[in-house]
Design a protein around this ligand. Sequence first.
Ligand code: NAD
Length: 267
Amino acid sequence: MKFAIVSKGDDRSNTIKTTMKEYLTEFTLDYNEEEPELVISVGGDGTFLEAFHRYHHRLDKTAFIGVHTGHLGFYADYTPGELEKLIIEIAKTPFQTIEYPLLEVIVRSKTGEKEDRWLALNEAMIKTADGSSVVLDVEIKGEHFETFRGDGICLSTPSGSTAYNKALGGAILHPSFEAIQLTEMASINNRVFRTIGSPLILPKHHTCMLRPMRDSSFLISLDHFTKIYTNVKSIQCRVAKEKVRFARFRQFPFWNRVRDSFVADGD
Ligand code: NAD
């Protein structure tokens, strides 16, 4: 089996990368950064997001796993203490996988020349580049829903619902739901402007189309990176047809991860 390792780049993560690479190669696995079937991220959730985006073009052929070298991560959920066991499990391939839904974002320009398609593992956040209010026409499944004015809009995946979405008051959604969640960022609500004010959970095929009502430059953050767009005609968001696959070598159910990350006192 072909594998690759993406390290956060600090000394601790690099040492773990070297150890894993050596042992797995000794087990006759093939280190291949071009066409890995398993990608191991070593670092934090940020490293995992980076690994996901590095290999997003071959999601059907690649499974992911994360080892954390800082505090417990949501994706990076293996501890350095589990390494030995993990290496042996990986060497015993084939492994089981579990799939989570992704968010698809298509940004179209007014001239019609440009169309960018992105996948997000956590979320997409749409804000203006100059910090002024975003004014967006929100269309759901082809029907006008509301005109949003405020700091911005966040669209998250179920596994990203525990990230920025949670900080915005969104619900935590189990990744078995093929859905995306729209949360508002400081919407303006008064006698003139009105938004729903609650997070919305959209099932598969319920496309959310955001159309700028003002000429602005937009900051579109996709997981850990941000793009600036001008001349935006529309931003289309929906559940992607692709999924992310996690290699599973032991049980760590989603709700246990939520508990351990946010509720348990760390004992
Ligand atoms: P980062 O390293 O500063 O990450 C911020 C925190 O978000 C870390 O503690 C990380 O473990 C956690 N995180 C990331 N994905 C998560 C998930 N799915 N569930 C629970 N926690 C998660 O920033 P980065 O490396 O640039 O990573 C970008 C991600 O960080 C973004 O996708 C965003 O969701 C998240 N983030 C969250 C907040 C917030 O909650 N207020 C703020 C900034 C970034």
